[in-house]
Design a protein around this ligand. Structure first.
Ligand code: SF4
Length: 197
């Protein structure tokens, strides 16, 4: 049983898999507390109805896409082993978006690790990360990004993403940074430009 804030079929708007149709499962509950969080209503897990993993997977099976993104909230607050096992049995490619603030669980095809200053990541995330996506909200976030970049695998994709409300303020500095630090790429929240969830 897991608290599900919402589940919906859309286009992955950000990160390496931008443009891919995917079924998003947003679990309720987060104790990270980002000041700029755009899903603060997800924080209280008790607010959201609990579903069995069978019900969750049934929802995903209703759509033709076979990529699932488990997000939150902070999905690693829960043991994701049973849900990912059933999704895999049904043939899904399984991605996760996490701050890494809790011990890693579950089996994934793609792990997007987006560390936050507000709660230190658990060390178990670094070996798992396929994608390091750092949100740039303040100029000190470049240094924060590099601090985590040295801890992930060599083949981990490294992305800098402007926080939406400050994107005009920081986009030029991100462009300049990536041009001179070419192991990084830019990620934009294209779903917000497309006005889709
Ligand atoms: S980790 Fe995600 S859900 Fe939690 S506060 Fe930060 S942005 Fe919001």
């Amino acid at each position: 049983m897991l608290p599900v804030m919402e589940a919906f079929y859309t286009i992955q708007g950000e990160g390496v898999h931008t443009g891919t149709p995917a079924y998003f499962i947003r679990l309720g509950g987060c104790d990270v507390g980002c000041v700029w969080c755009d899903v603060k209503e997800s924080w209280e897990a008790e607010k959201w109805p609990v579903s069995t993993i069978e019900e969750i997977v049934q929802g995903a099976l209703a759509y033709p896409g076979r990529m699932v993104v488990i997000t939150g909230g902070e999905p690693l607050m829960y043991d994701l082993g049973p849900l990912t096992k059933l999704l895999k049995e049904k043939g899904f490619t399984i991605n996760i978006e996490t701050s890494g603030a809790h011990p890693f669980s579950g089996t994934f095809d793609w792990v997007c690790f987006s560390p936050k200053k507000f709660k230190e990541p658990h060390p178990s995330i670094y070996v798992q990360a396929n994608e390091l996506k750092v949100v740039i909200f303040h100029k000190s976030d470049f240094e924060f990004a590099e601090k985590h970049a040295v801890l992930v695998n060599d083949n981990c994709h490294k992305l800098l993403q402007p926080e939406w409300s400050r994107s005009t303020q920081h986009l030029q500095s991100i462009i300049d940074y990536v041009k001179f630090h070419p192991d990084w790429k830019i990620s934009l929240q294209t779903h917000k430009f497309m006005d889709i969830p």
